[in-house]
Write a new protein. Sequence first.
Length: 202
Amino acid sequence: MSPTRAEKARATRTRILDAARALFVRNGWTRTSVEDVARAAGVATQTIYYTFGSKHALFKELLDVSVAGDHDDVATLERPWALAVLAEPDGATHLALHVAGARAVLDRVAPLLRVLRDAAPAVPELGELWAANQAQRRTVAATLTRSLADKSPLRTSTEVASDVTHALLGPDTYGTLVLDLGWSPEAWQDWATDALRRQLLP
């Protein structure tokens, strides 16, 4: 059976995103052009503009897909891993599930967020995208921490616990330990789980 037009379009979109990811992570925002991505993906430059509209839109979709792990339009807090955290009655297990979910996201997105963070001060559109990502991550941390506070007494206020969670499970901490210092993602997950339990639970 020959692939349908829609299947071909999805395959082309995926190939472009894969090429863009490799180039952005290796070269950064400024030194990655749409022409570079097109060449690496084996498509015409105009195909990328037709498919995504702009370099910024291409990066935004790449970031969204990397955070989600797929192309489905489902908010983070409505995804199975987050729903499992919210539904877990035990505080310690709640934290372990939260860290595991954060690690799965960071495995995919931390290198791209480093590109975004570095480029944001000079590119207004990317500055807005960075701010939106920060706000989304804070919302997830706050929501899951409030849920934790309903299950177990905390060693600090819910607000401080949310800040600690946001910082400890953020891309900067993960990036320093895993991307820069060579920790395995598994080692980071074990450390982050232990650190949060010590910081937040009695």
